[in-house]
Design a protein around this ligand. Structure first.
Ligand code: ME8
Length: 494
């Protein structure tokens, strides 16, 4: 009954943008859904604060690096609050608990570590070592300028893990998702793994290597260890491993290799259980272009939320592209989703049914003895969560929203076909069962939406006197009651 989910921990060299908001929202949807489903959830996010990139950003800002980290990490925390991210733990890699966990991990993998020296290219933008063959005119695949590096370093015997990793991918076909990305990783590992440089000795902004003055850990081993820290390692190793085994790491596609190759190799070496799955999501461009500070097209979630509201942005990001694929952000596309899906479909359904009940003094008279023609909507409402559960278990988030919108459309069509206002005029006794089945469908929709659009769904729960704490409430029958006054969910002027 445990479910753990993590976001990448974000570099603090720049301010949060829509890509960070995206990864956090997706993980939040999974966390919220599983909580409502009765699971014991641990959801972590946070900031990755060491490494040459951050040290230089602090230097460029003329600030002490500790002060700089506090300031920038706070911005990511604010982004989490802004996006309504229901994290249980916000971890910073500069915290003492993390330094302790990273050093313990190092000591557990020490048998696979040897000292040598690294001579080659380094890309500070991605904090990665790059091969000569990947460099074009001094530029790494990330677009960053490479730098020559020659220093004494520790190495991890990654080459020893090639067969073990391939065996794990083979015996755990769901370990890496989506499948296309899994195949890429398998091909990468099959092409041969070189030992990995895991320490730096020419700067000191990092976790000190145990018993070795002058070396700090390579920022990626430090960063990956955050997942163990958040699970209570090393103090509670059994609990931490249990959480790890039930954990899904949500990561962007560009950092899948670190999570699906290096991370499991470190864990195997340390004798710690591996995560359940690593899901690589796609990248957002803005109006067809790669987001970049120099182009000036980086989408700021604070600006978008202040204009359109947090649920609209969450909905857009989760619906617009299939999770795992790349997407393009534009305000036009966002506005269309708000007008058509949110205001015209969802908002209209909730408003027309609940305002209709309100006109009858808010009185809801329940009648579950409905005729055959209402059964389809009733059954689809009652089955909504199990259909979503199936999709959410595969991280198919946009299709979960598609299924909710099918029910929204079916309910709107039901209202158009049955015309409750005409039944009211003729005092038709079927009106009570029509409103009962519509309340069932709106309640199911609100529960379905609760993980994606928590504010909107809470509003609907309030309109209908629903607690909204657990999917189990859907099994309860409505009883006669008075509904409070509803208000439009997505007012037109927005
Ligand atoms: O890589 N579209 O941090 P990072 C979609 N610290 N998602 C995007 C995005 C975009 N344009 N840009 C960023 C790091 N992201 C490391 C991670 S984890 C142990 C260490 C999201 O600040 C995406 O999830 O560069 C990506 O993987 C994450 O932000 C990386 O952010």
């Amino acid at each position: 009954m445990k479910f753990c989910v993590t976001t990448p921990i974000y570099y603090i060299n720049g301010t949060p943008h829509i890509g960070h908001a995206y990864a956090s929202t997706a993980a939040d949807v999974l966390a919220r859904f599983n909580r409502l489903d009765g699971k014991c959830v641990h959801f972590s996010t946070g900031t990755d604060e060491h490494g040459i990139k951050v040290a230089r950003s602090a230097e460029n800002a003329n600030m002490d690096v500790n002060f700089f980290s506090d300031m920038m990490s706070a911005k990511f925390k604010q982004m989490s609050e802004l996006m309504n991210i229901s994290y249980d733990d916000f971890i910073r890699t500069t915290e003492a608990r993390h330094i302790c966990a990273a050093q313990k991990l190092w000591s557990l993998i020490e048998k696979d570590i040897y000292k040598s020296s690294y001579t080659g290219w380094y890309d500070p933008r991605d904090e990665v070592f790059v091969a000569e063959s990947e460099i074009v005119n001094g530029i790494a695949p990330s677009g960053g300028k490479v730098e020559w590096m020659e220093e004494e370093s520790y190495f991890f015997k990654l080459s020893d893990y090639q067969d073990k990793l391939l065996e794990h991918y083979e015996t755990h076909p769901d370990f890496i998702a989506p499948t296309s990305r899994r195949n890429e990783i398998i091909n990468f590992v099959k092409s041969g793994l070189k030992d990995l440089c895991i320490s730096r000795s020419k700067f000191n902004w990092g976790v000190p290597v145990p018993n070795e003055e002058g070396h700090v850990m390579y920022v990626w081993i430090d960063a990956l260890a955050n997942y163990l820290t958040t699970f209570g390692f090393p103090a509670n190793q059994v609990e931490a491993e249990n959480k790890m085994a039930n954990c899904i790491h949500i990561v962007g596609k560009e950092i899948l290799r670190f999570h699906a190759v290096y991370w499991p190799a470190f864990l195997m070496s340390a004798g710690i259980k591996l995560p359940k799955r690593i899901f690589a999501h796609g990248w957002w461009t803005c109006e067809g272009q790669k987001m970049s500070k120099s182009v000036g097209n980086v989408v700021d979630p604070f600006e978008i939320v202040s204009k359109y509201g947090v649920d609209s942005l969450r909905y857009f990001m989760m619906r617009e592209v299939r999770f795992g694929e790349d997407g393009d952000f534009s305000e036009d596309a966002l506005k269309k989703r708000i007008t058509y899906d949110l205001a015209n479909d969802l908002g209209n359904l909730v408003q027309r049914v609940l305002a209709f009940i309100q006109k009858r003094n808010g009185q809801l008279h329940i009648d579950y003895n409905f005729s055959e023609e209402y059964m389809s909507l009733f059954n689809n409402s009652r089955n909504l969560i199990s259909r979503i559960r199936e999709l959410i278990s595969k991280q198919d988030l946009s299709n979960a929203l598609n299924v909710i919108w099918d029910l929204v459309s079916e309910s709107n069509k039901f209202v158009n076909d049955i015309k409750p206002w005409e039944l009211a005029k003729s005092n038709d006794p079927r009106l009570n069962s029509v409103l009962t089945v519509l309340c069932e469908s709106i309640r199911a929709i609100a529960f379905g939406l609760a993980s994606f659009m928590p504010e909107t769904s809470t509003k609907i729960f309030r309109f209908m006197n629903i607690r909204g704490k657990s999917f189990k409430e859907i099994d309860d029958k409505f009883i006669d009651q008075i509904f409070p006054q509803p208000f439009p969910l997505f007012p037109k002027e927005k």
